[in-house]
Write a protein that binds this ligand. Structure first.
Ligand code: PEP
Ligand code: MN
Length: 339
């Protein structure tokens, strides 16, 4: 349930209303906008009588939220959420680019790629240290050493780093070392992990599950938010359909849908979404035009020899050609590349 307050409601009147809500056992989520204040009630509001709150003079309107996600719901927070990552902004007419190799492989690999990306323009450096591979015999990532190498690349270039966490045992290291913690598609419904990350204040990149509906995905965001962490960036990375030509089916319609349903920023991963390096440019441009707040692009200096996801990785040279094109499109869409 949402209570929209009349413009000009006084602090004292609002306080009285909040006390009444809390006395009924609800948590509140307050959103102060330009003209109105919105109070979201969190808890089971099915049995509550609207008259309980309509008697308050400052209540302009009472709305029922039918969706199961509350804190992630745009009704709770009409304005777009902007995530601040050490001064770089995700959301609000900026277009962020997270780029880097699928896996961190060595110091020279990650530092070399990071430097090239920096030259072309990039917002964040990505690199997997823990890899969720389909086969247990495939490269599993360098683990904590991978995080150390990412930190070296950050020191060399100043680029904030993004890496995927797979288990809570290394949570402290991730919180300490990484600027954005990624939850991969396979862990989108690892509720224990989601709750633990909800108790941190780190920005979270929450990828859509392999066959998750938008509602399931937003409920995963809700798990993190319900524990207090509202710094979430959603990432559409393709879903499983009957089509096998592409690795996944990149669901770009998820972007306007999420924008309607939620205030959280959403970015698109054309690399995992298609599995084909030659599609990355086209789908990055499409992502920008669809209204996304950014893209994730896998870049490798020698894709043929990459230890994971070489087929979908572009080279630093190819990357450098995409950036000016995205810049032009960003102008048309009244966005600004955050590079
Ligand atoms: C990745 O980012 O390298 C990755 C494994 O992504 P996803 O979880 O989307 O498959
Ligand atoms: Mn990958």
């Amino acid at each position: 349930m949402i209570l929209v307050l009349k413009p000009g409601a006084s602090g004292q009147q609002t306080e009285e209303l909040l006390n009444q809500i809390k006395a009924k056992g609800f948590d509140v989520h307050i959103s102060v906008g330009h003209d109105t204040t919105i109070i979201g009630l969190i808890g089971d509001t099915t049995k509550i009588d609207r008259r309980t709150f309509s008697s308050f003079d400052i209540v302009l309107n009472i709305l029922k939220v039918t969706e199961p996600f509350k804190k992630a719901n745009r009704m709770f927070h009409p304005e777009d959420t902007v995530i601040d990552v050490g001064g770089k902004k995700v959301g609000n007419n900026t277009f962020s680019i997270i780029a880097g190799p699928c896996s961190v492989e060595s110091e020279s690999q990650i530092v070399e790629i990071a430097k090239e990306l920096k030259k072309s323009g990039v917002t964040f450096l990505r690199g997997g240290a823990y890899k969720p591979r389909t086969s247990p015999y495939s490269f599993q990532g360098l683990g904590l050493e991978g995080l150390d190498l990412l930190k070296i690349a950050r020191e060399e270039t100043g680029l904030p780093i993004v890496s995927e966490i797979m288990s809570t045992d290394v949570l402290d290291r991730f919180v300490e070392d990484v600027d954005i913690i990624q939850i991969g598609a396979r862990n989108m419904q690892n509720f224990v992990l989601l709750k633990e990350l909800g108790r941190t204040t780190k920005p979270i990149l929450l990828k859509r599950g392999l066959s998750a509906t938008l509602e399931e995905w937003l409920m995963s965001a809700e798990y993190i938010m319900s524990e207090g962490n509202e710094n979430i960036i959603l990432c559409e990375r393709g879903i499983r359909t009957f089509e096998t030509y592409t690795r996944n089916t990149l669901d770009l319609s998820a972007v306007p849908a999420i924008k309607k349903l939620s205030h959280l920023p959403i970015i698109v991963d054309p690399s995992h979404g298609t599995g084909k390096s030659w599609m990355v440019e086209t789908m990055s441009k499409a992502a920008l035009v669809s209204g996304a707040d950014g893209v994730v692009i896998e870049v490798h200096h020698n894709p043929k020899c990459a230890l994971s996801d070489g087929e979908q990785s572009i080279t630093p040279d190819e990357y450098s050609e995409i950036i000016p094109k995205l810049n032009k499109l960003a102008d048309i869409e009244e966005k600004k590349l955050e590079v």
